[in-house]
Write a protein that binds this ligand. Structure first.
Ligand code: PNS
Length: 161
């Protein structure tokens, strides 16, 4: 059985992430979405909230599971008995950032081979950091995040509309 890990901070999960997760889930028997817990950063959403939102969004797909991890990605990949890491590329700048990361992960563990998926053009300007920035100015974020995240934000008073 082929297993891949799709790691990220998902703070918050965007429509671009969801597109990549769905496409990656068709390429492997099992896809584990790994939510990074970075204790050095104060996230917009807690680990539990990010995991809950991702589980709701992917609930219709049996071969997707969602877990959080702390520490090295390669250790999470080993723990999940995965064969690959999937990362999305929106821009050439993403590639410049991702290539050394993929190489460092491969040096840490030969099991951790990274596969890059090109983001669909309609999502290439969407990022979690753009969403957080827009939220700071109470700007409209519809289209940036899935409906589940918008609903969650309304329920928690993060957005009012
Ligand atoms: O969504 P992001 O923030 O771009 O995801 C980055 C992520 C989670 C893939 C990356 O920060 C990561 O793997 N962090 C875990 C620590 C690690 O293994 N670093 C690589 C060794 S150089």
């Amino acid at each position: 059985m082929s297993t891949a890990v799709f790691p990220g901070s998902f703070d918050p999960v965007t429509t671009g992430h969801v597109d990549l997760i769905r496409r990656a889930s068709r390429m492997f028997d099992r896809l584990v979405v790994g939510v990074l817990v970075n204790s050095a950063k104060q996230p917009l959403f807690s680990k539990e909230e990010r995991v809950a939102m991702l589980r709701e969004i992917t609930a219709d797909q049996d071969n997707i599971e969602v877990s959080s991890f702390e520490g090295l990605l390669v250790d999470f990949v080993k723990e999940k008995h995965a064969d690959a890491i999937v990362r999305g590329l929106r821009t050439p700048g993403d590639f410049e950032y991702e290539l050394p990361l993929a190489q460092a992960n491969h040096k840490l563990s030969v099991q951790a081979d990274t596969i890059f998926l090109a983001s669909a053009p309609e999502y290439s300007y969407i990022s979690s950091s753009a969403v957080r920035e827009l939220l700071r100015y109470q700007a409209d974020i519809s289209g940036y995040v899935p409906e589940t995240v918008l609903r969650y934000m309304r329920e928690h008073g993060v957005v009012s509309n």
